[in-house]
Design a protein around this ligand. Structure first.
Ligand code: SAM
Length: 126
């Protein structure tokens, strides 16, 4: 695989993360602000530094899972949130992950995948 685990680990290690906004994306915060059920089970795949997850936790959401194939951004979010029962961090390949969610939010994950995985992405998401 061209963009496998090592590729992404190296991008984080080399600080080559031009996609990283440094804050939650506005369209996603607008969606989050309109969610009334704080117990909605939410997955953020390809979460990277997970700014949206931090926003969710700070907004009172209780069931948030972030998933990334790379370890470094997940360690970073664990350090930021210390111990918090409302968030689960999973280091895994999205395509191997099993789980059902009420809502999946993502920021620049689909567009980061090799085009040949687009069809599998649609199937896995559904
Ligand atoms: C362009 S970055 C976006 C990160 C974050 N959502 C953001 O906007 O800052 C794509 C992310 O997807 C992760 N990723 C790539 N392929 C993956 C896969 N098959 N399963 C899980 N995560 C993956 C990468 O490690 C990286 O963190």
């Amino acid at each position: 695989m061209k963009h496998g685990k090592m590729y992404w680990e190296n991008r984080y290690k080399g600080n080559s993360t031009g996609w990283d906004l440094g804050h939650p994306s506005l369209p996603l915060t607008q969606i989050i602000d309109n969610l009334s059920d704080k117990n909605t089970k939410i997955l953020i795949p390809g979460s990277g530094n997970s700014y949206e997850a931090i926003y969710l936790i700070e907004s009172g959401f209780t069931n948030v899972t972030v998933l990334d194939i790379a370890s470094q951004p997940l360690e970073s979010i664990k350090n930021k949130l210390v111990i918090n029962d409302n968030i689960t961090t999973v280091q895994d390949d999205f395509f191997q992950h099993t789980g059902k969610y009420d809502l999946i939010l993502e920021q620049t994950f689909f567009c980061a995948l090799e085009p040949r995985f687009r069809e599998s992405y649609i199937k896995k998401m559904s």
